[in-house]
Design a binder for this molecule. Structure first.
Ligand code: AMP
Ligand code: MG
Length: 349
């Protein structure tokens, strides 16, 4: 299959191109597109064949459900059994935006899209290109992240092309994304709303709107006996090729530990990489040092994390080290993704 790459900077001058992209979806094809979180790999959410194709293109297990993307609140009612009060509150506060809600699905949504579940994940992205594309596609675009299963989610079209060239019909190149981590997922089908995946919309923000919110305990823990409630969270995705270790402790000890490890690996001819904050980055001696910006600016770190992991892959870095973050606010999402990428390997110094 030849994958066409189109460049879309704004939606006005490219209306026709986006309509072509929408038509591909309507005919059962696949199109990758930018959103404010990461790039999505889209197909018609109401067409079971399209969902099958998405799993195939990603090499993703088909019990890992897809998120249905909509562009208009009017499109919510037809795909769910009911709209609870909490869903309306969250939609009002955070849609369009990086929040996914789990609700009981209606018969309109095929089980292929929900990985066999009676519930459906729904999000309304704020990215103008995503919005125009979803509208052109008929209103319902099922989309997981546009990476091959097992790789970090793509935050630029370059990485979508790397993973999906020859596997899908079209890639919409809309430059780098804004947030860089996947959406926050909130389950509204349980008694108390529960965060299944942390993201840019934080626990604190959700609590302000809902009064209280539970957090799936598997988000930051390494208890393999408890299955995460979002089926996808059990897979070790976000993973780079090399081995990542998170190092926590006082900054000077963290730097000393990582430099000692660097030395050890260098003697064996193994390349090392570090993801560090600008406060201490100059002190690292690793082969590849990625500066995540100031420790104060966690949003900047979030935006770059997956790019760093992919760059380490490209540079054949065998051993990677990352500084630890506190788990308040968006730090919860950052640590969740770091821990997953590291397979929960944490060293305290
Ligand atoms: P991705 O689109 O690659 O970010 O992956 C979608 C995520 O949403 C996966 O972790 C899924 O397990 C989760 N998800 C989608 N639908 C549901 C659902 N009905 N119930 C729980 N989690 C879901
Ligand atoms: Mg994904």
């Amino acid at each position: 299959m030849i994958t066409r790459v189109i460049r879309v900077e704004n939606t006005d001058s490219t209306k026709e191109l986006l309509q072509e992209a929408g038509d591909i979806i309507k005919k059962g094809g696949l199109v990758a597109f930018p959103t404010e979180t990461v790039y999505g790999l889209g197909g018609d959410a109401l067409n079971s064949q399209s969902s099958r194709k998405i799993y195939e293109a990603k090499g993703r297990p088909s019990d890992n459900p897809l998120i249905v993307h909509i562009a208009d609140l009017e499109h919510l009612a037809p795909i769910v059994k009911e709209i609870p009060e909490n869903a309306l509150k969250l939609a009002k506060a955070f849609w369009p935006g990086p929040l996914t809600m789990i609700l009981p699905k209606s018969d309109l949504v095929p089980f292929e899209t929900t990985g066999g579940l009676d519930t459906v994940a729904i999000r309304m992205p704020s990215h103008p290109v995503a919005k125009a594309f979803i509208e052109a596609a008929g209103g319902y675009v099922a989309a997981p992240s546009a990476n091959l299963s097992g790789k970090p989610s793509p935050t630029t079209a370059k990485y979508v092309i790397q993973d999906m060239d020859g596997r899908i019909d079209m890639i919409i190149d809309g430059d780098g994304v804004d947030i860089g981590l996947e959406s926050t997922i909130v389950d509204l089908t349980s008694k108390e709303p529960m965060i299944l995946r942390p993201g840019y919309i934080t626990e604190e923000m959700l609590t302000r709107v809902l009064g209280s919110v539970a957090v799936d305990q598997t988000i930051l823990s390494d208890n393999s006996k408890v299955a995460p409630k979002a089926p996808g969270m059990k897979y070790r995705h976000y993973a780079p090729k090399g081995e990542l270790t998170i190092v926590e402790g006082d900054a000077d000890k963290v730097v000393a530990y990582i430099n000692a490890e660097t030395e050890k690996h260098r003697k064996k001819g193994e390349k090392t990489g570090v993801i560090g904050t600008s406060e201490v980055a100059a002190l690292y001696k690793a082969d590849s040092v990625k500066i995540a910006g100031s420790r104060e600016n966690e949003e900047l770190f979030a935006r770059q994390l997956y790019t760093f992991l992919r760059e380490f892959d490209d540079e054949d870095i065998a051993f990677m080290y990352a500084e630890s973050y506190n788990t308040e606010g968006i730090g919860q999402a950052i640590m969740n993704r770091l821990l997953k990428a590291a397979g929960h390997k944490v060293v305290t110094v």
